[in-house]
Design a binder for this molecule. Sequence first.
Ligand SMILES: Cc1ncc(COP(=O)(O)O)c(C=O)c1O
Length: 397
Amino acid sequence: MPGAELFGDEERQEVMDVLETGILFRYNFDGPRKGIWKAGTFEEEFSRYHGVEYCHMCSSGTAADILSLASVGIGAGDEVIVPPFSFIAPIESVLLLGAVPVFAEIDETLCLSPEGIEAAITPRTRAVLLVHLFGSMARMDEIVRVCGKHGLILVEDAAPALGATYRGRHVGTFGKVGCFSFDFFKVITAGEGGAVITDDREVYERAHMFADHGHDHIGDNRGAERHPILGTNFRISELHAAVGLAQFRKLDSILARQRNYQGQLKEVLSAFPQITFRDVPDAAGDSATTLGFFLPDAPTAVRVHEAMGKAGVGTAYWFNNNFHYIRNWDHLQGLHSAYKLPVSLLDNVPDYAGIRLPKTDALMSRMQMIEIRLSWTQEDLDRIKEKIRGALREVLG
Ligand SMILES: Cc1ncc(COP(=O)(O)O)c(C=O)c1O
């Protein structure tokens, strides 16, 4: 939980600015708000940092996924290629829009592979929803090439990889639209919040309007605004934006600390020849929220996971995790929903219970991950390194 570990006077001051005016709504009230526009300021700074023209802040990363997909025109019956290793929000977002998630294989980057994407393409494929998982990035050159070759829209969900770059360019800026989350567990947090970034004016216009019931946001009189499109409420509040803004200004120091700690842990693991690391296509651009590594086989991975746990170092063994891997997404496999999903009317819906992704399963069963904590002191980290060495020696010799 990196950003959330660093609340301080900066967050308090930004929130107090908003409370002092009493204007918690991000639009209108030009006079009473006395020049305080936290969502607007966050948008300006976020787009400048990413080198893009437009940013729209919204209520969550899930909202950002939905806005991104809707704003590039994804809808009923469209197939969208998605990863099986991800939080389920992007997949739910595709389903909510009446589109069809089609799962493809990942590779050692732990993100969708270009080969996997190409193998999953059908005549109904419209887009790839690429997730840059847990701090790092996919093989961007090849994925951009595959999307271009097949005329697919690339949507990047960089929710867990804010600050990561590939060859000097930020993740989230390679496709038509990129999205981010600022929930409580992300690189920076707003409590709840999300962002959509794009260079495409039309995509941006649709995103901000869709996020606010189609309002066109032309001035200070909300009642006089037009509604060119239907939408919903995915607005961020000024309070959330205030926290997010303060956190965002800490991003560089967060990344520096994560990279330092990740580097130290990697050095410890590197002493064990049985361990190989997650493929990071541009090591200098890893935001380093985690350290992912592979053991030679699944039984060894389980033994390492258990030994680390016993030593007091939690590692995530995602293969068995309920949240992040398709194997345990029972709700998806049965398409359990509170309402009649649009996909139930379509004839191109995969049998989600029958999906087989052998390459992904093989990788996931050997992989585990250590989460980097910002609250560690160097002394904490030294103790953790000793524990890791001990646990690994016990299993790997
Ligand atoms: C890849 C990915 N996309 C989207 C989300 C959703 O973000 P939020 O919790 O802000 O809705 C998450 C959250 O964990 C995520 O990991």
